[in-house]
Structures are given as C-alpha cells and as structure tokens.
Design a protein around this ligand. Structure first.
Ligand SMILES: Nc1ncnc2c1ncn2[C@@H]1O[C@H](COP(=O)(O)OP(=O)(O)OP(=O)(O)O)[C@@H](O)[C@H]1O
Ligand SMILES: [Mg+2]
Length: 225
C-alpha cells in the first residue's frame, strides 16, 4: 500500500433493510484516496453519494467488503476507537449547516474540541484561528440566525477544520446557497485543502462546482462509473 494512502475501499457494498426490503446504497466500490486529494463526487439522486461519504466517515459500516483507514482495516476497530478517530481526524460539512442555534459562531466552532482533551483557553484560541481562516473573525459572537447562509456554511467549515482533521467530508455543502456564494465556499475549501493538505471528499449536484475539484468520481446506482 502506498504510504500516502488515507482511505481504501475494497469491494465495499452497502445494503439497507427497510421494512424487510433490501435497498442498495453501494455495489462493490473499490477506491483509493490519498492524503491531500480533493475529490468531487457526482451522480443522480439516490446514486449512493451520501452512502459513500457516511462509510468514509466511519458513520456507517459496509455491509460487505473492506475499508482501510491508513492501512488499518476498520472492521478490526471497536466502536470507541472509531468514535475517537471520528472526533480527532474527520470533519463533516452538511447541506443544512447543522449549527447549534443557541451558540455563537465561536462556540459552534469550539464544540468539536470539547471531545478532545484541551484547555478552555486553547479551545478558544483554536476556534478563533479557524474562524479567521474562513474570514469570520468579526462575527464570532453572532448566532447562526444573525448570519447569512454563506456565513453559516463558513462557520460550519471552521468547525470542520478546527481539530486539524486529515479528512473533510462535505455532503452537498452548497445546495442551499446561491451560485456566487457556492463558488466562494468552494474557493475556501480549495485554499484550505492546499494550506492544510487535508483530504476533501465533496459531493454535489452542481457540475460547475464538481468541475473545479481535482479528481472527479461519478456514481450511478451505487457503482463508480
Ligand atoms: N437508511 C436507508 N434505508 C433504506 N434505503 C436507504 C437508506 N439510506 C439510503 N438508502 C438508499 O440507498 C440509495 C443511495 O442513497 P444515497 O442517500 O446515498 O443517495 P445520494 O446519491 O446521496 O442521493 P441525493 O443526491 O438525493 O442525496 C438510495 O436508493 C436510497 O434510497
Ligand atoms: Mg445524498
């Protein structure tokens, strides 16, 4: 295995049992992802994009096949080890931002650090640095309802990068934004990816956005085409 490899899917399939009926999420997907790659995932609704991101994010286990994280087969890891990897190494960005409405921007960004063993001061300093990286240092005390959609998504990006993750998974991060703001969000992700050498896997229905990513993968009916 190449030393730069962060994720490796080997014949990964995912089925969902819903009311006794089996639905296919992914069908025998094999894929290697290197540290620092920026991957754009496209495909129609229901093609398996979210399923693939949830498996990569160690949220959902594969039904069959194997997933390796830095060469380690994740099926050999216990739930607490998986939670620890998620808390330390993986940042998530969602279509609906998923910010906590009663917390300020700064507190939202600090939140994932509460799972790590850091002092209060260090959490604050790191959260402020992350807000600066997305250009929101002057909005740290605003609550989500006092921010625009693009600003909310930037808070969510700051929250994803604050722990210096090695992997960022973004599930349609611009679907609720206008096209200009979407491009700004993508520009931020592209520059963060370069500065931090973080691996980003992003899925989107927007071909213009996907075309700006370095490596493009298309899914159809759970298969990479
Ligand atoms: N929890 C679930 N139970 C049953 N079926 C599911 C579940 N999650 C996903 N599926 C099915 O798996 C397939 C892939 O779904 P997935 O959410 O990965 O698609 P997607 O590409 O992200 O679509 P979209 O662009 O609409 O978000 C779909 O057919 C979906 O119905
Ligand atoms: Mg989806």
């Amino acid at each position: 295995m190449n030393a730069n490899n962060i994720l490796k899917f080997v014949n990964v399939s995912k089925d969902f049992n819903s009311g006794g009926v089996l639905f296919t999420g992914l069908k025998s997907v094999s894929l290697e992802v290197n540290q620092g790659e920026f991957i754009g995932l496209s495909g129609k609704s229901g093609s398996g994009k979210t399923t693939l991101l949830n498996i990569a994010g160690l949220i959902d286990p594969p039904s069959s096949g194997e997933l390796f994280l830095r060469g380690k087969n994740i099926s050999t890891l216990h739930d607490n080890e998986l939670s620890k990897i998620r808390a330390n190494e993986i940042g998530f960005i969602f279509q609906t931002f998923n910010l906590l409405p009663l917390l300020s921007a700064l507190e939202n960004v600090e939140y994932p650090l509460s799972l790590l063993n850091l002092s209060e001061d260090e959490c604050k300093v790191r959260a402020m640095e992350a807000l600066k990286k997305v250009g929101l240092e002057n909005f740290s005390h605003h609550r989500p309802s006092q921010l625009s959609g693009g600003q909310r998504q930037r808070v969510a990006i700051a929250r994803a990068i604050v722990k210096n993750p090695s992997l960022i998974l973004a599930d349609e991060p611009t679907a609720n934004l206008d096209s200009k703001t979407s491009e700004e969000i993508l520009d931020i992700l592209i520059s963060l990816q370069k500065d931090l050498n973080v691996t980003i896997m992003l899925c989107s229905h927007d071909p213009d956005l996907i075309s700006l990513t370095k490596r493009q993968i298309k899914l159809q009916d759970g298969i990479i085409i």
